[in-house]
Design a protein around this ligand. Structure first.
Ligand SMILES: O=C(O)C(=O)C[C@]1(C(=O)O)C=C[C@@H](O)C=C1
Length: 446
Protein backbone atom coordinates (compact mmCIF):
# COMPACT_ATOMS: atom_id res chain seq x y z
CA UNK A 1 0.00 0.00 0.00
CA UNK A 2 2.83 2.36 0.89
CA UNK A 3 4.50 1.52 -2.38
CA UNK A 4 1.30 2.07 -4.33
CA UNK A 5 0.85 5.48 -2.72
CA UNK A 6 4.45 6.42 -3.42
CA UNK A 7 3.99 5.49 -7.07
CA UNK A 8 0.78 7.45 -7.23
CA UNK A 9 2.31 10.57 -5.70
CA UNK A 10 5.30 10.36 -8.02
CA UNK A 11 2.92 10.27 -10.97
CA UNK A 12 0.87 13.17 -9.64
CA UNK A 13 3.95 15.32 -9.22
CA UNK A 14 5.24 14.38 -12.63
CA UNK A 15 4.85 16.44 -15.72
CA UNK A 16 6.82 14.24 -17.99
CA UNK A 17 7.22 13.88 -21.70
CA UNK A 18 6.81 10.27 -22.66
CA UNK A 19 10.38 10.32 -23.86
CA UNK A 20 11.94 11.12 -20.53
CA UNK A 21 10.42 9.92 -17.32
CA UNK A 22 9.63 12.39 -14.62
CA UNK A 23 8.32 9.76 -12.26
CA UNK A 24 10.09 9.03 -9.03
CA UNK A 25 10.53 5.31 -9.47
CA UNK A 26 10.73 4.61 -13.16
CA UNK A 27 11.24 0.88 -12.77
CA UNK A 28 7.80 0.56 -11.31
CA UNK A 29 6.15 2.22 -14.22
CA UNK A 30 8.18 1.83 -17.32
CA UNK A 31 7.80 -1.47 -19.05
CA UNK A 32 11.26 -1.06 -20.60
CA UNK A 33 11.38 -2.77 -23.96
CA UNK A 34 8.70 -5.33 -23.15
CA UNK A 35 5.97 -5.77 -25.70
CA UNK A 36 2.83 -4.07 -24.44
CA UNK A 37 0.76 -6.93 -25.83
CA UNK A 38 2.33 -9.21 -23.22
CA UNK A 39 1.63 -6.95 -20.28
CA UNK A 40 1.36 -8.86 -17.05
CA UNK A 41 -0.86 -6.26 -15.39
CA UNK A 42 -3.72 -6.92 -17.78
CA UNK A 43 -6.52 -9.33 -17.01
CA UNK A 44 -7.13 -12.06 -19.57
CA UNK A 45 -8.20 -9.63 -22.26
CA UNK A 46 -11.51 -10.02 -23.99
CA UNK A 47 -9.89 -8.63 -27.14
CA UNK A 48 -6.27 -8.74 -28.15
CA UNK A 49 -4.31 -5.57 -27.52
CA UNK A 50 -2.65 -4.05 -30.53
CA UNK A 51 0.85 -5.45 -30.86
CA UNK A 52 3.90 -3.50 -31.84
CA UNK A 53 4.48 -5.70 -34.85
CA UNK A 54 0.99 -4.86 -36.04
CA UNK A 55 1.89 -1.21 -36.34
CA UNK A 56 1.56 0.16 -39.82
CA UNK A 57 3.47 2.87 -41.54
CA UNK A 58 1.75 5.72 -39.77
CA UNK A 59 2.23 4.11 -36.38
CA UNK A 60 5.96 4.12 -36.77
CA UNK A 61 6.06 7.75 -35.77
CA UNK A 62 5.03 6.74 -32.26
CA UNK A 63 8.21 4.80 -31.85
CA UNK A 64 10.25 7.51 -33.50
CA UNK A 65 8.95 10.13 -31.12
CA UNK A 66 9.38 7.75 -28.23
CA UNK A 67 13.08 7.69 -28.75
CA UNK A 68 13.62 11.08 -30.33
CA UNK A 69 12.77 13.21 -27.36
CA UNK A 70 10.48 15.39 -29.44
CA UNK A 71 7.91 16.78 -27.09
CA UNK A 72 6.57 19.46 -29.40
CA UNK A 73 7.41 22.32 -27.07
CA UNK A 74 5.16 20.93 -24.41
CA UNK A 75 6.15 21.37 -20.80
CA UNK A 76 8.93 19.06 -19.76
CA UNK A 77 9.36 17.54 -16.37
CA UNK A 78 8.41 20.01 -13.67
CA UNK A 79 7.88 22.88 -16.06
CA UNK A 80 4.93 24.61 -17.61
CA UNK A 81 4.45 26.68 -20.71
CA UNK A 82 5.33 29.76 -18.76
CA UNK A 83 8.64 28.20 -17.72
CA UNK A 84 9.53 27.46 -21.28
CA UNK A 85 8.99 31.00 -22.36
CA UNK A 86 10.83 32.37 -19.42
CA UNK A 87 14.16 34.13 -19.54
CA UNK A 88 16.62 35.16 -16.85
CA UNK A 89 14.44 37.84 -15.36
CA UNK A 90 11.53 35.45 -15.32
CA UNK A 91 10.75 35.93 -11.70
CA UNK A 92 10.35 39.69 -11.91
CA UNK A 93 8.32 39.48 -15.11
CA UNK A 94 6.15 36.86 -13.62
CA UNK A 95 5.53 38.86 -10.47
CA UNK A 96 4.63 41.99 -12.35
CA UNK A 97 2.69 40.50 -15.20
CA UNK A 98 0.51 38.21 -13.19
CA UNK A 99 0.12 40.24 -10.08
CA UNK A 100 -3.25 39.75 -8.51
CA UNK A 101 -5.02 41.80 -5.91
CA UNK A 102 -7.00 40.63 -3.00
CA UNK A 103 -10.47 41.84 -2.04
CA UNK A 104 -10.77 45.57 -2.39
CA UNK A 105 -13.38 47.60 -0.66
CA UNK A 106 -13.38 50.84 -2.56
CA UNK A 107 -15.89 52.44 -4.85
CA UNK A 108 -15.24 52.27 -8.56
CA UNK A 109 -15.91 55.98 -8.83
CA UNK A 110 -13.24 56.80 -6.33
CA UNK A 111 -10.70 54.76 -8.25
CA UNK A 112 -11.62 56.46 -11.50
CA UNK A 113 -11.16 59.89 -9.97
CA UNK A 114 -7.74 58.99 -8.66
CA UNK A 115 -6.77 57.24 -11.85
CA UNK A 116 -5.23 54.45 -9.84
CA UNK A 117 -6.43 52.23 -7.06
CA UNK A 118 -5.16 52.75 -3.57
CA UNK A 119 -3.33 49.86 -2.02
CA UNK A 120 -6.32 47.79 -1.04
CA UNK A 121 -7.28 46.88 2.45
CA UNK A 122 -8.35 43.33 2.95
CA UNK A 123 -11.67 43.23 4.66
CA UNK A 124 -11.84 40.78 7.50
CA UNK A 125 -15.37 39.64 6.90
CA UNK A 126 -16.35 38.99 3.30
CA UNK A 127 -20.05 38.69 3.83
CA UNK A 128 -21.84 38.68 0.49
CA UNK A 129 -25.33 39.14 1.90
CA UNK A 130 -25.13 42.76 0.81
CA UNK A 131 -28.30 44.74 0.14
CA UNK A 132 -28.58 46.33 -3.29
CA UNK A 133 -28.14 49.85 -1.94
CA UNK A 134 -24.61 48.87 -0.84
CA UNK A 135 -23.50 47.93 -4.32
CA UNK A 136 -20.47 50.18 -4.18
CA UNK A 137 -19.04 48.35 -1.21
CA UNK A 138 -18.99 44.92 -2.86
CA UNK A 139 -15.52 43.42 -3.19
CA UNK A 140 -13.81 44.26 -6.44
CA UNK A 141 -12.81 41.14 -8.40
CA UNK A 142 -9.11 40.40 -8.66
CA UNK A 143 -7.50 41.41 -11.91
CA UNK A 144 -4.30 40.21 -13.51
CA UNK A 145 -3.30 43.81 -14.14
CA UNK A 146 -3.57 44.81 -10.51
CA UNK A 147 -0.57 44.91 -8.24
CA UNK A 148 -0.14 42.16 -5.76
CA UNK A 149 -0.61 42.13 -2.04
CA UNK A 150 1.03 39.72 0.30
CA UNK A 151 -1.05 36.62 0.73
CA UNK A 152 -2.94 36.45 3.95
CA UNK A 153 -2.62 33.50 6.27
CA UNK A 154 -5.55 32.70 8.45
CA UNK A 155 -7.63 29.83 9.55
CA UNK A 156 -10.37 30.45 7.00
CA UNK A 157 -9.73 28.90 3.61
CA UNK A 158 -9.62 31.51 0.86
CA UNK A 159 -11.09 30.28 -2.39
CA UNK A 160 -10.81 32.16 -5.70
CA UNK A 161 -13.64 32.05 -8.21
CA UNK A 162 -14.31 33.91 -11.44
CA UNK A 163 -17.05 36.51 -11.36
CA UNK A 164 -18.65 38.72 -8.75
CA UNK A 165 -20.79 37.82 -5.73
CA UNK A 166 -23.92 35.99 -6.84
CA UNK A 167 -22.12 34.10 -9.65
CA UNK A 168 -22.67 30.36 -9.84
CA UNK A 169 -18.96 29.91 -9.33
CA UNK A 170 -19.27 31.57 -5.92
CA UNK A 171 -21.99 29.06 -5.01
CA UNK A 172 -19.75 26.24 -6.26
CA UNK A 173 -16.86 27.53 -4.11
CA UNK A 174 -19.15 27.49 -1.05
CA UNK A 175 -20.39 24.02 -1.88
CA UNK A 176 -16.84 22.76 -2.32
CA UNK A 177 -15.51 24.50 0.78
CA UNK A 178 -18.32 25.37 3.20
CA UNK A 179 -17.47 28.42 5.35
CA UNK A 180 -14.65 29.44 3.04
CA UNK A 181 -13.91 33.03 2.20
CA UNK A 182 -14.85 33.22 -1.48
CA UNK A 183 -12.57 35.66 -3.34
CA UNK A 184 -13.92 37.07 -6.64
CA UNK A 185 -11.57 37.26 -9.63
CA UNK A 186 -12.14 39.05 -12.92
CA UNK A 187 -10.83 36.34 -15.20
CA UNK A 188 -10.15 32.61 -14.96
CA UNK A 189 -6.46 33.39 -15.39
CA UNK A 190 -6.50 35.62 -12.32
CA UNK A 191 -7.98 32.80 -10.24
CA UNK A 192 -5.18 30.44 -11.31
CA UNK A 193 -2.58 33.07 -10.53
CA UNK A 194 -4.11 33.93 -7.17
CA UNK A 195 -3.46 30.34 -6.07
CA UNK A 196 0.02 30.25 -7.57
CA UNK A 197 0.98 33.46 -5.79
CA UNK A 198 -0.37 32.20 -2.44
CA UNK A 199 -2.99 34.95 -2.33
CA UNK A 200 -5.64 32.30 -1.90
CA UNK A 201 -5.57 28.63 -0.97
CA UNK A 202 -7.77 27.17 -3.70
CA UNK A 203 -9.60 28.05 -6.90
CA UNK A 204 -12.95 26.65 -7.98
CA UNK A 205 -13.55 26.97 -11.72
CA UNK A 206 -16.20 25.67 -14.15
CA UNK A 207 -15.02 23.02 -16.61
CA UNK A 208 -18.18 21.69 -18.27
CA UNK A 209 -21.92 22.12 -18.36
CA UNK A 210 -24.53 19.53 -19.22
CA UNK A 211 -26.20 21.82 -21.79
CA UNK A 212 -23.44 24.17 -22.96
CA UNK A 213 -20.53 21.70 -23.03
CA UNK A 214 -16.90 22.33 -22.15
CA UNK A 215 -15.42 25.58 -20.89
CA UNK A 216 -12.43 25.44 -23.21
CA UNK A 217 -10.59 28.33 -21.66
CA UNK A 218 -10.14 26.40 -18.43
CA UNK A 219 -8.88 23.31 -20.25
CA UNK A 220 -6.19 25.47 -21.83
CA UNK A 221 -5.31 27.13 -18.52
CA UNK A 222 -5.01 23.79 -16.72
CA UNK A 223 -2.08 22.98 -18.96
CA UNK A 224 -0.51 26.41 -18.86
CA UNK A 225 -0.49 26.60 -15.09
CA UNK A 226 0.93 24.11 -12.67
CA UNK A 227 -1.97 23.68 -10.28
CA UNK A 228 -3.39 20.31 -9.31
CA UNK A 229 -7.01 19.23 -9.44
CA UNK A 230 -7.91 18.22 -5.87
CA UNK A 231 -11.66 17.83 -6.20
CA UNK A 232 -14.77 18.38 -8.26
CA UNK A 233 -18.14 19.77 -7.42
CA UNK A 234 -21.34 19.64 -9.45
CA UNK A 235 -23.86 22.41 -9.15
CA UNK A 236 -27.44 22.56 -10.41
CA UNK A 237 -27.72 25.77 -12.40
CA UNK A 238 -31.13 27.38 -12.24
CA UNK A 239 -31.32 30.53 -14.34
CA UNK A 240 -33.65 33.51 -13.81
CA UNK A 241 -34.47 36.41 -16.11
CA UNK A 242 -34.22 39.60 -14.07
CA UNK A 243 -34.58 43.34 -14.58
CA UNK A 244 -34.93 46.54 -12.57
CA UNK A 245 -38.08 46.67 -10.40
CA UNK A 246 -41.10 47.80 -12.40
CA UNK A 247 -39.70 46.76 -15.79
CA UNK A 248 -42.01 44.48 -17.85
CA UNK A 249 -40.75 41.74 -20.18
CA UNK A 250 -42.33 43.58 -23.13
CA UNK A 251 -40.04 46.60 -22.50
CA UNK A 252 -36.86 44.55 -22.94
CA UNK A 253 -34.56 45.14 -25.90
CA UNK A 254 -31.48 43.31 -24.68
CA UNK A 255 -30.42 40.41 -22.44
CA UNK A 256 -26.91 40.24 -20.99
CA UNK A 257 -25.18 37.32 -19.31
CA UNK A 258 -22.24 34.93 -19.44
CA UNK A 259 -22.14 33.28 -22.86
CA UNK A 260 -22.58 29.82 -21.28
CA UNK A 261 -25.72 31.02 -19.50
CA UNK A 262 -27.09 32.56 -22.73
CA UNK A 263 -26.45 29.26 -24.52
CA UNK A 264 -28.19 27.32 -21.76
CA UNK A 265 -31.34 29.46 -22.17
CA UNK A 266 -31.47 29.41 -25.97
CA UNK A 267 -35.20 28.51 -26.17
CA UNK A 268 -36.50 31.20 -23.85
CA UNK A 269 -34.25 33.88 -25.26
CA UNK A 270 -35.17 33.10 -28.87
CA UNK A 271 -38.85 33.48 -27.98
CA UNK A 272 -38.17 36.86 -26.36
CA UNK A 273 -36.72 38.15 -29.63
CA UNK A 274 -34.19 40.48 -27.96
CA UNK A 275 -30.51 40.98 -28.69
CA UNK A 276 -28.04 39.05 -26.53
CA UNK A 277 -24.76 40.28 -25.19
CA UNK A 278 -22.12 38.22 -23.47
CA UNK A 279 -20.32 39.53 -20.41
CA UNK A 280 -17.79 37.99 -18.01
CA UNK A 281 -20.24 36.38 -15.61
CA UNK A 282 -23.94 36.13 -14.85
CA UNK A 283 -23.91 38.10 -11.62
CA UNK A 284 -21.73 40.76 -13.27
CA UNK A 285 -24.56 41.23 -15.79
CA UNK A 286 -27.07 41.81 -12.98
CA UNK A 287 -24.66 44.20 -11.27
CA UNK A 288 -24.19 46.12 -14.54
CA UNK A 289 -27.94 46.64 -15.00
CA UNK A 290 -28.37 47.79 -11.40
CA UNK A 291 -25.34 50.09 -11.46
CA UNK A 292 -26.41 51.79 -14.72
CA UNK A 293 -30.17 51.78 -14.14
CA UNK A 294 -30.82 50.10 -17.51
CA UNK A 295 -34.56 49.74 -18.03
CA UNK A 296 -34.41 48.09 -21.44
CA UNK A 297 -32.02 45.34 -20.39
CA UNK A 298 -32.44 42.09 -18.47
CA UNK A 299 -29.86 39.67 -17.10
CA UNK A 300 -29.77 35.90 -16.94
CA UNK A 301 -28.38 35.01 -13.53
CA UNK A 302 -29.09 33.29 -10.22
CA UNK A 303 -31.88 34.26 -7.82
CA UNK A 304 -29.10 35.15 -5.38
CA UNK A 305 -27.74 37.68 -7.89
CA UNK A 306 -31.24 39.23 -8.15
CA UNK A 307 -31.32 39.54 -4.38
CA UNK A 308 -27.85 41.05 -4.08
CA UNK A 309 -28.30 43.61 -6.86
CA UNK A 310 -31.94 44.45 -6.15
CA UNK A 311 -33.40 43.14 -9.41
CA UNK A 312 -36.84 41.70 -9.96
CA UNK A 313 -37.21 38.14 -11.25
CA UNK A 314 -39.37 38.12 -14.42
CA UNK A 315 -39.02 34.40 -15.17
CA UNK A 316 -37.58 31.51 -13.21
CA UNK A 317 -35.97 28.25 -14.39
CA UNK A 318 -35.47 29.49 -17.95
CA UNK A 319 -32.69 27.03 -18.85
CA UNK A 320 -33.51 24.71 -21.77
CA UNK A 321 -33.51 21.64 -19.55
CA UNK A 322 -34.47 21.57 -15.89
CA UNK A 323 -31.49 19.25 -15.30
CA UNK A 324 -28.80 21.82 -15.93
CA UNK A 325 -25.59 20.97 -14.13
CA UNK A 326 -22.17 22.62 -14.21
CA UNK A 327 -19.12 20.70 -13.07
CA UNK A 328 -16.43 22.73 -11.33
CA UNK A 329 -12.85 21.75 -10.52
CA UNK A 330 -11.14 22.50 -7.22
CA UNK A 331 -7.51 23.52 -7.78
CA UNK A 332 -4.59 23.70 -5.35
CA UNK A 333 -0.84 24.14 -5.39
CA UNK A 334 -0.24 20.60 -4.14
CA UNK A 335 -1.93 17.36 -5.13
CA UNK A 336 -3.86 15.37 -2.55
CA UNK A 337 -2.88 11.85 -1.57
CA UNK A 338 -5.01 9.54 -3.69
CA UNK A 339 -7.02 6.85 -1.91
CA UNK A 340 -8.94 3.75 -2.83
CA UNK A 341 -11.53 3.72 -0.04
CA UNK A 342 -13.93 5.96 -1.93
CA UNK A 343 -14.66 6.69 -5.61
CA UNK A 344 -11.91 8.72 -7.22
CA UNK A 345 -11.46 10.29 -10.63
CA UNK A 346 -8.18 11.07 -12.36
CA UNK A 347 -7.70 13.73 -15.03
CA UNK A 348 -4.84 13.57 -17.52
CA UNK A 349 -3.69 15.37 -20.65
CA UNK A 350 -1.53 13.82 -23.36
CA UNK A 351 -0.42 14.11 -26.95
CA UNK A 352 0.00 11.40 -29.56
CA UNK A 353 1.85 11.13 -32.81
CA UNK A 354 -0.23 11.07 -35.98
CA UNK A 355 -1.12 7.61 -37.26
CA UNK A 356 -3.97 5.19 -37.82
CA UNK A 357 -5.47 3.83 -34.63
CA UNK A 358 -3.23 5.80 -32.27
CA UNK A 359 -6.11 7.34 -30.34
CA UNK A 360 -7.80 3.94 -30.31
CA UNK A 361 -4.66 2.47 -28.74
CA UNK A 362 -4.58 5.25 -26.16
CA UNK A 363 -8.18 4.64 -25.15
CA UNK A 364 -7.61 0.87 -25.10
CA UNK A 365 -5.17 1.17 -22.18
CA UNK A 366 -8.19 2.05 -20.05
CA UNK A 367 -10.69 -0.34 -21.63
CA UNK A 368 -8.30 -3.26 -21.19
CA UNK A 369 -8.24 -2.62 -17.45
CA UNK A 370 -11.97 -2.04 -17.19
CA UNK A 371 -11.48 1.63 -16.31
CA UNK A 372 -14.44 3.81 -17.15
CA UNK A 373 -13.80 7.10 -18.99
CA UNK A 374 -16.10 9.96 -18.01
CA UNK A 375 -14.85 12.71 -20.31
CA UNK A 376 -12.69 13.19 -23.37
CA UNK A 377 -11.85 16.60 -24.77
CA UNK A 378 -9.42 17.60 -27.47
CA UNK A 379 -7.83 21.03 -27.77
CA UNK A 380 -5.50 22.37 -30.41
CA UNK A 381 -1.84 22.52 -29.49
CA UNK A 382 -1.32 26.24 -29.72
CA UNK A 383 2.43 26.09 -30.17
CA UNK A 384 2.11 23.55 -32.90
CA UNK A 385 -1.38 23.79 -34.39
CA UNK A 386 -0.40 22.38 -37.78
CA UNK A 387 2.13 19.81 -38.88
CA UNK A 388 3.12 19.53 -42.51
CA UNK A 389 3.53 15.96 -43.68
CA UNK A 390 5.51 15.49 -46.86
CA UNK A 391 4.28 12.52 -48.82
CA UNK A 392 5.67 12.28 -52.35
CA UNK A 393 2.69 10.26 -53.60
CA UNK A 394 -0.08 12.53 -52.49
CA UNK A 395 1.59 15.90 -52.09
CA UNK A 396 1.93 17.84 -48.86
CA UNK A 397 -0.76 17.21 -46.29
CA UNK A 398 -1.43 19.18 -43.14
CA UNK A 399 -2.41 17.55 -39.89
CA UNK A 400 -3.84 19.33 -36.90
CA UNK A 401 -2.09 18.60 -33.64
CA UNK A 402 -4.23 18.04 -30.58
CA UNK A 403 -3.97 17.70 -26.85
CA UNK A 404 -6.29 15.06 -25.42
CA UNK A 405 -7.81 15.55 -21.98
CA UNK A 406 -9.31 12.49 -20.34
CA UNK A 407 -11.09 11.93 -17.03
CA UNK A 408 -11.35 8.35 -15.84
CA UNK A 409 -12.90 6.67 -12.85
CA UNK A 410 -9.96 5.33 -10.87
CA UNK A 411 -7.60 6.63 -8.25
CA UNK A 412 -3.88 6.98 -8.87
CA UNK A 413 -3.50 4.74 -5.82
CA UNK A 414 -5.15 1.99 -7.85
CA UNK A 415 -2.56 -0.18 -9.64
CA UNK A 416 -4.92 -0.39 -12.63
CA UNK A 417 -4.60 3.38 -13.13
CA UNK A 418 -0.83 3.32 -12.66
CA UNK A 419 -0.43 0.48 -15.15
CA UNK A 420 -2.77 2.14 -17.64
CA UNK A 421 -0.69 5.33 -17.54
CA UNK A 422 2.54 3.36 -17.72
CA UNK A 423 1.14 1.68 -20.82
CA UNK A 424 -0.08 4.96 -22.33
CA UNK A 425 3.29 6.56 -21.74
CA UNK A 426 4.94 3.97 -23.97
CA UNK A 427 3.49 5.68 -27.01
CA UNK A 428 2.22 9.09 -25.85
CA UNK A 429 4.57 11.92 -26.76
CA UNK A 430 3.59 13.88 -23.65
CA UNK A 431 1.59 12.93 -20.58
CA UNK A 432 0.67 14.86 -17.47
CA UNK A 433 -1.55 13.86 -14.58
CA UNK A 434 -3.64 16.91 -13.75
CA UNK A 435 -5.03 15.42 -10.56
CA UNK A 436 -6.54 12.43 -8.82
CA UNK A 437 -9.43 13.44 -6.60
CA UNK A 438 -12.66 12.25 -4.96
CA UNK A 439 -15.67 12.11 -7.27
CA UNK A 440 -18.57 14.36 -6.37
CA UNK A 441 -21.32 11.89 -5.61
CA UNK A 442 -23.56 14.31 -3.71
CA UNK A 443 -26.89 15.50 -5.16
CA UNK A 444 -26.48 18.49 -7.46
CA UNK A 445 -28.35 21.00 -5.33
CA UNK A 446 -27.38 24.66 -5.64
O1 LIG B 1 -21.19 33.43 -14.70
C1 LIG B 1 -21.28 32.69 -13.71
O2 LIG B 1 -22.11 32.87 -12.83
C2 LIG B 1 -20.36 31.58 -13.60
O3 LIG B 1 -20.16 31.10 -12.51
C3 LIG B 1 -19.75 31.04 -14.84
C4 LIG B 1 -20.55 29.89 -15.46
C5 LIG B 1 -19.71 29.20 -16.56
O4 LIG B 1 -18.62 29.61 -16.88
O5 LIG B 1 -20.22 28.21 -17.10
C6 LIG B 1 -20.83 28.90 -14.41
C7 LIG B 1 -21.98 28.21 -14.39
C8 LIG B 1 -23.01 28.36 -15.43
O6 LIG B 1 -22.79 27.30 -16.32
C9 LIG B 1 -22.88 29.63 -16.17
C10 LIG B 1 -21.76 30.37 -16.11
Amino acid sequence: MVEVTARAMAMLHSCAPATGWGYGDTSLLRKSSSDSSLRKDLPNPSFTPIKRKELKKGDVCCRAAYTSGDVNNLPTSGTSYSDQNASGNRSAQWQSSCAVLSSQWASTQLEEEKGISDVPTIHENTDFEVPARDLLTLPKPLSITDLSLQPRHGSQLRVAYQGVPGAYSEAAASKAYPNCEAVPCEQFDAAFQAVELWLVDRAVLPIENSLGGSIHRNYDLLLRHRLHIVGEVQLAVHHCLMALPGVQTSELKRVVSHQQALAQCEHTLSKLGVTREAVDDTAGAAQFIAAHGLRDTAAVASSRAAEIYGLNILADGIQDDSDNVTRFLMLAREPIIPRTDRPFKTSIVFTLEEGPGVLFKALAVFALRNINLTKIESRPQRKRPLRVVDDTNSGTAKYFDYLFYIDFEASMADPRAQNALGHLQEFATFLRVLGSYPMDVTPCQP
